[in-house]
Write a protein that binds this ligand. Sequence first.
Ligand code: FAD
Length: 499
Amino acid sequence: MSSPASDDPLLRALGEVVGHGQVRTDPDLVAPHEVDWTGRWRGRARAVVRPADSTEVAGVLAVCAAHDAALVPQGGNTGLVGGSVPRAGEVVLSLTRLDHLGAVEVGTGTAAAGADPSGGGAVVVGAGATLAAVQRHARAAGLAYGVDLAARDTATIGGTIATDAGGLGVVRHGTTRAQVLGLEAVLADGTVLDRLHPPLAEGLGYDLRGLLVGSEGTLAVVTSARLRLVRPPSHVAVALIATDRVAAALEVQRVLAAAVGPLEASELLTRTGLELVTGAPGVRAPFTDPPPAALLVEVAGGAQVAAALTDAVAAAAAEVDGVRDAVIGAEAGDRAALWALREGHTERLAERGVAVKLDVVLPLATLAGFVEDLPGIVRAAGGADAEVVVFGHLGVGDLHCNVLGVPPAAVAGVEEAVLTAVVAAGGSPCGEHGVGVQKRGWVARVRGPAELAVLRALKGALDPAGRLNPGVLLPASLAGEQEGPSDHLVEHQEGERPA
Ligand SMILES: Cc1cc2nc3c(=O)[nH]c(=O)nc-3n(C[C@H](O)[C@H](O)[C@H](O)COP(=O)(O)OP(=O)(O)OC[C@H]3O[C@@H](n4cnc5c(N)ncnc54)[C@H](O)[C@@H]3O)c2cc1C
């Protein structure tokens, strides 16, 4: 920890705001905040500052403004595009102590409380509360939070808002944007914006909440949010359907959605990913031969939902060419085993080394062709011996393309080739993981000049000195940054991820 008598005037002033023990400079304590979850992005932090509440966050931002110091907001540091770690000696603003959970407001069946008119509810939580803590809290009140992802134990509400996280329930509930009823945030100069409780049908001018969701810490620091909660289904069932190609999995998804929809989740798995997760100790392979493509669906219904899903899968197998096999998960244990196959992908990949991770969105009409072409695109771009693992949220066309074994010199070329192919197929180079540092160049390539002018104006209005997360989301030319070398290390390494 830094000493109260730190020689650095910035750190001394920050210590007066948050307590000197919450301004960390000890290399052992700072190190985990300096490298991202994938191990690909890392940089130096001047210090890690850990405020306890929004007043302290406001104080930290005001001090940083007075000392002209840049900040990197950080939640659980599970982001996958390099936006949560320092690049050039910034202060890391860790939000994990803002983990309060307010009382759950259970809806009355009307929209009067601004909650879910279908009888759900709402809750105010701190930006540092983990997704898992919010889910447990909602469950204890008989409700559920619509956003869920495998990093739930570490990812924070602030981080999921800043990245507009999608996740496993995205096809049913939409991205995080659709769950945020109100926000409290702090601007770069320390001003607190409190719009936690706007009425649901308010028409009171610009939607700052909508602007901040997905802004990746470049416009303001989220300190608290009021989240929509939903009524969980009484019964759910899961099916994993093996098919001989992605196009068949897409067709099965369409048939099942019509028969037993709306789908609660719809995920794509492919052969290389299935081999990876079933190779782990204690994991039971669902099929004798891993199929080229498999569809994992969850559906909700009454007590007979598993029987209804079984019938629908049988009908889909008769209708769609290329269905090989299927497993139904009716009981909780069987459902969890099927979900573990999907959720294990990111962790198992990380154990294999630092993958080139490209999260993209494709129209469903071109998605199957893109997945088929992908290994060839990677090979042609210099990844001759690379292994491609594709999975993702098929219901919304969000694909996680992971490429292992790309030589460091070929990484940029592989990224360029894959993302160019995505755009040529009518898709977007940036899916639910956001832009971060990885894809900031693509913002200028994909959004037109009129939109870019608005982005520049917004950044200039909210963070004129460019102190909030410099180097993230906006291309340097739009963020008012100087182009030039920084001490930000963008490393691509094979082998173990750093601890
Ligand atoms: C195993 C695994 C599975 C994942 N699955 C999914 C998935 O299904 N869907 C998905 O969308 N993502 C997924 N992710 C990515 C990641 O979990 C999400 O991006 C998540 O939203 C990041 O939350 P975090 O708290 O870790 O944020 P961080 O990684 O700490 O930060 C992410 C970004 O948000 C900014 N930020 C963080 N907190 C704040 C705040 N309070 N105010 C302003 N800015 C802030 C940071 O500066 C950074 O730019 C996964 C990651 C892992 C490791």
